[in-house]
Ligand binder design. Structure first.
Ligand code: 6R9
Length: 651
C-alpha cells in the first residue's frame, strides 16, 4: 500500500471511496458483498451469526441461535463458553503465545509488553486470587483502576470465573462509587493506590475507602501498587495485588458458562437522576465485539491497534479488552492524558510502535486541532492504515483534519455509532467498501436493522429528522437494566412496539447514510461522555444553599457540549463567586470532575416554568445561546423570571 501523504479538499459533501489498495486485502471489499451479507444477516440471522460464532471456541455448542420474545433475547441458547478463554487461551493454543497482546505505556514513560502467554498467566493468577477470596460465579466485583494492563487482567479474571465485573471510571467520585456498590451489591473490589493524570496522582484507594464506609457487602479489596502514594490498608479486608498473586499458581482451568451468563454491568446516564446498570451477557456480547472488530477495524494478524478510550467506558470494554483480544491482535494501551508532557504524546506513540489502526473521539481531535499542527508534524504517522471515531457526531472540519493530517489522505475513517446499551458498533462504514463522508456513520452493520421513525411510527423520508430505532434484536444488545426489568422495558422498548429506541435523533440521506443529530432525552454529551442533566441537578439541590436547579448543554468548540447550570438559592445565601466555586466543587465531589460545569448562573427570581411547574429548559438554552428569549413563551408562568435571568447573564 502507498504510504505517501496526500491532501484532499473536503467539505460536508465530499464522498471518498476506498482505495483499491485498501479494498484488495479488506475482509469486505465491495458494496455488493456488504449488501449480500447484510441481507442475509437480517433475513437469516441464525445462519449468519452461527457462522461467525463458530470461529470462536464453545465448550458446548448452542441449541438455538436466537430466542426472541420482545424485549427479551437469548442468544446462542444452550451454548457454553468462557469469554476469557476465547480472548486469551485460544490464542496461546493457536500459536500466538509469544505475540504481544498488550504494549503498554505509562504516563511517566514506563513501558511494558505482555504477550498472550504472559497475559494468560496473569489472568490465571488473578482468577485464583478471586476464587480464594470467595468470589463465586454471578458475584459482582467492582473495578476502579487506572489505565494499566491490570485493569484488563482484572476484567478477564472476573470473566474467567464467571463473576460479573462492574467498572467505575477512575475519574468518578467516592459518592458515585458508593451508589454503584450499593446497586450492584459487589462482594469484592479491585483498585490501585493511585492513578497518574497529567503528572499528579489521583488517590484511587482513598476514594475507595470513603465509598466503602458503612458498606457491609464488600469482603475483600485488592489493591495494585501503581503510584506508591500512601494508602491505608484495612486488616482482613485489604490485600496487595502483588502479594496475593505471588502466592497462587499461574494455571487455572476455564469453566464453560451458559451463553446468557452475565458478563458485566456498566452504569450509564439516562434521563432520570440515578445512572442505570446496563447488563451484558457472555455469548452474544463475545460474538458481537469479535465480529465488529473483525469487519469494521478490518483486523489482520499483523495489525497494531490502538483505542484511546478508558476501560471505564463501554468503548474500553468492547474495543480495548474484549474485541481486540478476541481477535488476537496486538494493541497499545496508554495510561495518561493526550497532552502529557505535550500535545505530541499520541503521535509519538503511533510512530514508536507503528500503530496501524487508531480509534479515538471527536473531542480529542478538536483539542489536537486547537493545540496546533506542529505537534503532529514532528512525527512519522505513515504506519497508519485505518482511523476510527466514536462518542459523538464529528463535524466536517475535524473529520477533514483527521483524514488529511493524521491519515495522510490515505486512511479510511470509520465513524462508528453505538451505545453502552448496544454493546458493540451498530452503524459504521466497512473500510474496504463503504464510501465515507464527513458527519455520517453511514450504514448499519450486519444484523442491525436501523430505521428512522416519526412520532407516529412512520419511516422518515430522506433528510427528514426523526428517532433512531433498531427493529430487530442483535447479539451484543443489553439484556436488562440491572435489578429493574420494568425500567428496561419502559426506557428502551415502549416508544414503538417491539423496537429498541436509542434516544438519538437522526436522519438518512437518499443513499441510506445515517446522520446522528444528537440525544433526544435530557442527556448531555460532554467530550463524548454521557451525563444526565437530572444527575447534575440532583447533585446541586443536595447542596444546602440550593433551592432549585436546572442544567442545560451549550455547544462547545472542543467538548461538543458544555454544562451550564442555573440555580436559585435558599433565603439566606448570597450570590457570590465563592459560592459558585463551591458549587462547582460540590458537583465534582458528588459525581466526578467530568461533571463540573463550565458556567453557573444565579436565578434570583426563580427558574422559568410552565403553568404545570415544569422547568422550561428550552428557554434557558435560547437565553444562553443568544442572550435573550424570543421564542414562544405563552406557556411560561411568570415572564418576570426571564427578565431577571437576562440581567443575571449580562452581569
Ligand atoms: C459508544 C458510546 C452513546 C451516545 C449515543 C450518541 C453518541 C456515540 C456516536 C455518537 C454521533 C457517533 N454517539 N457514537 N453520536 N456519532 N459515531 O459512546 O457509548 O457513552 O453510551 O454514548 O453517544 O448520542 O446515544 P455511550
Amino acid at each position: 500500500m502507498s504510504k505517501k501523504a496526500s491532501f484532499v479538499e473536503i467539505d460536508e459533501n465530499t464522498e471518498i471511496k476506498p482505495s483499491k489498495a485498501f479494498s484488495k486485502y479488506a475482509r469486505v471489499s465491495s458494496m455488493a458483498q456488504y449488501k449480500r451479507m447484510h441481507a442475509e444477516s437480517i433475513e437469516k440471522p441464525h445462519l449468519f451469526w452461527a457462522r461467525e460464532a463458530k470461529e470462536l471456541k464453545w465448550q458446548k455448542k448452542w441449541d438455538k441461535v436466537l430466542n426472541w420474545e420482545a424485549p427479551y433475547a437469548e442468544w446462542f441458547k444452550g451454548g457454553k463458553l468462557n469469554v476469557c478463554e476465547n480472548a486469551v487461551d485460544r490464542h496461546v493454543e493457536e500459536g500466538r503465545g509469544n505475540k504481544a497482546a498488550i504494549i503498554w505505556e505509562g504516563e511517566p514513560g514506563d513501558k511494558r509488553i505482555l504477550t498472550y502467554q504472559q497475559l494468560q498467566r496473569e489472568v490465571c493468577r488473578m482468577a485464583n486470587v478471586l476464587t480464594n477470596q470467595g468470589v463465586k460465579p454471578k458475584d459482582c466485583v467492582l473495578i476502579y483502576m487506572p489505565m494499566v494492563p491490570e485493569a484488563t487482567i482484572a476484567m478477564l479474571a472476573c470473566a474467567r470465573i464467571g463473576a460479573v465485573h462492574s467498572i467505575v471510571f477512575g475519574g468518578f467520585s467516592s459518592e458515585s462509587i458508593k451508589d454503584r456498590l450499593e446497586d450492584s451489591k459487589a462482594v469484592a473490589v479491585i483498585t490501585a493506590d493511585g492513578s497518574w493524570r497529567r503528572g499528579s496522582v489521583v488517590p484511587l484507594k482513598d476514594n475507595m475507602d470513603e465509598a466503602l464506609k458503612g458498606n457491609k457487602d464488600v469482603k475483600s479489596v485488592i489493591v495494585l501498587k501503581r503510584c506508591e502514594n500512601d494508602v491505608k490498608m484495612k486488616k482482613g479486608r485489604d490485600f496487595w495485588w502483588h502479594k496475593q498473586t505471588a502466592k497462587v499458581p499461574a494455571k487455572h482451568t476455564p469453566k464453560g458458562f451458559s451463553a446468557e451468563h452475565p458478563l458485566f454491568i456498566l452504569y450509564t446516564s439516562g434521563s432520570t437522576g440515578k445512572p442505570k446498570g446496563i447488563l451484558h451477557t457472555s455469548g452474544g456480547y463475545m460474538v458481537g465485539t469479535y465480529t465488529t472488530c473483525k469487519y469494521i477495524f478490518d483486523m489482520q494478524e499483523d495489525d497494531v491497534y490502538w483505542c484511546t478510550a478508558d476501560v471505564g467506558w463501554i468503548t474500553g470494554h468492547s474495543y480495548i479488552t474484549y474485541g481486540p483480544l478476541l481477535n488476537g491482535v496486538t494493541q497499545i494501551m496508554y495510561e495518561g492524558g493526550p497532552n502529557y508532557p505535550d500535545w505530541g504524546r499520541f503521535w509519538s506513540i503511533i510512530e514508536e510502535y507503528g500503530v496501524t489502526i487508531f480509534y479515538t473521539a471527536p473531542t480529542a481531535i478538536r483539542a489536537f486541532i486547537k493545540a496546533g499542527d506542529e505537534f503532529v508534524d514532528k512525527y512519522d504517522l505513515s504506519s497508519l492504515r485505518l482511523l476510527g471515531t466514536v462518542g459523538e457526531p464529528i463535524n466536517p472540519a475535524a473529520w477533514a483534519w483527521y483524514y488529511n493530517k493524521i491519515g495522510g489522505g490515505r486512511c479510511p475513517i470509520v465513524d462508528t455509532w453505538w451505545q453502552t446499551e448496544t454493546g458493540a458498533i451498530m452503524i459504521s462504514p466497512l473500510p474496504g467498501c463503504t464510501p465515507i463522508k464527513p458527519g455520517t456513520a453511514t450504514l448499519p452493520f450486519f444484523g442491525v436493522d436501523a430505521a428512522i421513525l416519526d412520532e407516529e411510527g412512520n419511516e422518515c423520508k430522506p433528510d427528514q429528522p426523526g428517532r433512531l430505532v433498531i427493529r430487530k434484536p442483535w447479539p451484543s444488545m443489553l439484556r436488562t437494566i440491572y435489578g429493574d426489568k420494568k425500567r428496561y422495558k419502559d426506557t428502551y422498548w415502549s416508544d414503538y412496539d417491539g423496537m429498541y429506541t436509542a434516544g438519538d435523533g437522526a436522519k438518512k440521506d437518499k443513499k441510506g447514510n445515517v446522520y446522528i443529530i444528537g440525544r433526544l432525552d435530557d442527556v448531555l454529551n460532554v467530550s463524548g461522555h454521557r451525563l444526565g442533566t437530572a444527575e447534575i441537578e440532583s447533585a446541586l439541590v443536595a447542596h444546602p444553599a440550593v433551592a432549585e436547579a436546572a442544567v442545560i448543554g451549550k455547544p462547545h468548540e472542543i467538548k461538543g457540549e458544555s454544562i451550564v447550570c442555573f440555580v436559585t438559592l435558599k433565603g439566606d445565601y448570597k450570590e457570590t463567586d465563592e459560592l459558585k466555586t463551591e458549587l462547582r466543587n460540590h458537583i465534582g465531589k458528588v459525581i466526578g470532575a467530568i461533571a463540573k460545569p463550565d458556567a453557573i448562573h444565579f436565578a434570583p427570581a426563580g427558574l422559568p416554568k410552565t403553568r404545570s411547574g415544569k422547568i422550561m429548559r428550552r428557554l434557558l438554552k435560547e437565553l444562553v445561546n443568544t442572550g435573550k428569549v424570543t421564542g414562544n413563551v405563552t406557556t411560561l408562568e411568570d415572564s418576570k423570571v426571564i427578565d431577571a435571568l437576562e440581567k443575571s447573564l449580562k452581569g
